[in-house]
Design a protein around this ligand. Structure first.
Ligand code: UT7
Length: 333
């Protein structure tokens, strides 16, 4: 194994994993008042994968991670750090340590981060800081979500959108820095646009001492607001990241956005003047897989041979928080 020293990073491997159960738009008609025509024209989604009760988030994430580790030509014991970006861990205390054990990555420190559908981009930048400071050399970043556990399956405005999956990348220390630029943003004033929030019910433990016992309520979303926000903010973030990387829009080989809605992808590409053949989209098959959508799309494009070493990729995530972020990087060593 070659470990290059230096304070730069390279993304040297990718992997993805999806549950096998597929449900297409026609089957959703059995659940809610909707139609294949509405879902297809409004979102571009045709089908999605759903995790069975036996399929855990950590198992899907481990599968995606193993493929990324293999592509990077390292072994799990080479890993210094594992970051799991998820909003739907198997355990609210975090699932990264379970993944560490399942991989046999005994040297790695592991923790979860939550930034909803921006989780992968936020995780990418977080991972890069540990390498750039010289602290760690081999970092595994996973984006994984099983939102089907938290969707209201009677709410047609949200349940048709989401799917489950996991994607992963390996970042390694490199003599040149291949993360060319980034921009991360948050705006809590719009927090109520997209929530999966805890609903406490008062429970008196002993006289005068009450706690909030409860569970998380299913996802609620103001689709129109989130749509507007994404189409406005994502191009700005990509432009800032490009500026910091001293790159122009013309130099982008591939645009990989969070796969939320085909209309958002088209509108962002149009605003940036990026031609459609450079826009990677797989949401027709998987729906919106939240933190997993970018690494799944990246991995598919790499394995299909679309993305070649040294290609320049512009990526951006956006979603609950509200959060959004963009990163420009060059693929491979
Ligand atoms: O990953 C997190 C980030 N999330 C996003 O990026 C989501 C952003 N938002 C969107 O992608 C879109 O806003 C949606 C796909 C969620 C909705 O599309 P829209 O064009 O904004 O539709 P709408 O919410 O304005 O609804 C239009 C109509 C409504 O009926 P009325 O009020 O016009 O009679 C809805 O009740 O469509 C109705 N509708 C549906 N009809 C059939 C909403 N959901 C459905 C459905 N099937 N599944």
């Amino acid at each position: 194994m070659l470990i290059e020293s230096g304070l730069g990073i390279a993304i040297t491997g990718s992997g993805s994993a999806l549950p096998t159960a597929t449900i297409d738009n026609h089957r959703l008609v059995e659940l809610v008042e909707t139609s294949d025509e509405w879902i297809t024209t409004r979102t571009g989604i045709h089908q999605r994968r759903l995790a069975t009760p036996q399929e855990s988030l950590s198992a899907l994430a481990t599968q995606a991670a193993s493929a990324a580790i293999e592509m990077a030509r390292i072994t799990p014991t080479d890993l210094d750090l594992i970051i799991l970006a998820t909003s739907t861990p198997d355990d609210l205390f975090g699932s990264a340590c379970q993944i560490q054990t399942q991989l046999g990555a005994s040297r790695a420190v592991a923790f979860d981060i939550t930034a909803a559908c921006s989780g992968f981009v936020f995780g990418l930048v977080t991972a890069a800081q540990f390498i750039r400071t010289g602290v760690y050399q081999n970092v595994l970043l996973i984006g994984a979500d099983i939102l089907s556990r938290w969707v209201d399956w009677t709410d047609r405005s949200t349940c048709v959108l989401f799917g489950d999956g996991a994607g992963a990348v390996v970042l390694q220390a490199h003599s040149s820095d291949r993360l060319l630029g980034f921009e991360l943003r948050s705006d809590g004033t719009q927090n109520n646009c997209l929530n999966l929030s805890y609903q406490p019910q008062p429970k008196e433990l002993i006289p005068g001492v009450s706690i909030g016992k409860g569970t998380y309520a299913p996802i609620t979303m103001n689709g129109k607001e989130v749509y507007r926000f994404a189409v406005q903010k994502v191009p700005e973030a990509i432009e800032k990241a490009l500026f910091r990387g001293n790159k122009s829009v013309d130099e982008i080989d591939w645009l990989i956005l969070h796969q939320a809605n085909q209309r958002i992808l088209d509108a962002v590409a149009l605003r940036l003047n990026i031609p459609a053949h450079k826009v990677i989209s797989n949401m027709a098959r998987y729906g919106n897989t939240s933190a997993a959508s970018i690494p799944i799309a990246l991995d598919e494009a790499v394995r299909q041979g679309k993305i070649q070493p040294d290609d320049i990729i512009a990526t951006a995530g956006f979603g609950a928080g509200l959060t959004w972020g963009a990163a420009i990087f060059q693929w491979g060593r």
